[in-house]
Design a protein. Structure first.
Length: 316
């Protein structure tokens, strides 16, 4: 696999989240979690990738068992708690054939807590390596096969409806980057996404290195199923390529080789790239959350990657 131009990123991969730590959870909640785990917690290893402040740790218990636990306070972290609640609802419905860690138990009162199957695995290497990317794309093809049609019990919004407001974000880009070449063309291209993204496949929408795990057999698993929608079966495979493209991977060669991507029209791929470029750049200009200091830099980098890629594809 040859290399494309690499765009440097200042994001400290694997160290982007300011998460709650085990000792700071309420004692009564810690005891309740230990009861669900079946043993006292001897060690808590925080997973500090991602961009949210919720508790997310591998709990190593006295009996040697390991449990992945996520928790958020309903009062102090209302948005995160709602994300976790939605993730629990969706994980409970996913078929066991989908490469996602299973939901084992939940707690819901002043806190939303998810007990999730621990997978002995690592995140993809950064910069991206071909073997890790192949593993992720293989698993996304499995997801598409297993989740078409989308289970009705998931009750998901359609991709064109969920992202309907995104083309309007190019108004912000026009105001903040008025000298950007091909700005008007990109804005019009983004509006065409509704014509090409409809489908009946569950689309994760948030596939990237911090939501993927590679196990000892080289299989990829996907985490954080709180934002799926229903859409075209190739969407996740395209979105998975943003990070690798920024790391210098020749993603056009990947597209040509992959069954979910190789027959998609160039204009369809470009419409989605234009859509997410506007989202990433607009989001990067929003205030930096105190709980996620690296979020805006990461969004800006993803926008730059998508724009560079789109310009190359369109000959701009």
């Amino acid at each position: 696999m040859s290399s494309a131009a690499r765009l440097p990123s200042s994001t400290p991969h694997g160290r982007t989240a300011n998460r709650l730590q085990w000792p700071f959870l309420p004692p009564a909640l810690r005891a309740e979690i230990e009861q669900h785990c079946g043993s006292a917690v001897a060690e808590a290893v925080s997973r500090d990738s991602g961009f949210t402040p919720g508790f997310a740790s591998v709990l190593v218990c006295d009996d040697g068992s390991r449990h992945f636990v996520k928790a958020a306070s309903v009062r102090a972290q209302r948005t995160i708690a709602e994300f976790y609640r939605e993730e629990a609802r969706k994980l409970a419905v996913l078929p066991s054939s989908v490469p996602a860690p299973r939901l084992l138990w939940t707690i819901e009162h002043d806190w939303v807590v998810l007990g999730i199957e621990h997978v002995d695995a690592r995140p993809p290497h950064r910069p991206w390596r071909p073997a890790d990317l192949d593993a992720c794309l293989d698993s996304l093809e499995q997801v598409a096969a297993q989740l078409t049609p989308a289970p009705a019990s998931l009750a998901l919004e359609a991709f064109p409806e969920a992202f309907a407001s995104f083309p309007e974000l190019w108004r912000h880009i026009a105001a903040t980057r008025p000298a950007l070449p091909h700005l008007d063309e990109a804005a019009v291209l983004a509006t065409r996404f509704t014509e090409v993204t409809a489908g009946d496949t569950v689309v994760h929408t948030d596939v990237r290195d911090d939501n993927a795990l590679i196990d000892g057999d080289g299989k990829a698993w996907f985490c954080d199923w709180n934002l799926p929608v229903v859409g075209a079966d190739w969407l996740d495979s395209l979105l998975m390529l943003i990070g690798p493209r920024g790391d210098g991977v020749d993603v056009e060669a990947v597209i040509a080789a992959r069954p979910l991507l190789r027959d998609v029209t160039p204009d369809a791929l470009d419409a989605v790239l234009a859509l997410v470029t506007g989202y990433f750049w607009k989001s990067a200009d929003d205030p930096v959350p105190s709980t996620s200091p690296h979020l805006r830099d990461h969004q800006r980098w993803q926008g730059d990657v998508c724009w560079d890629w789109l310009c190359e594809r369109r000959g701009w």
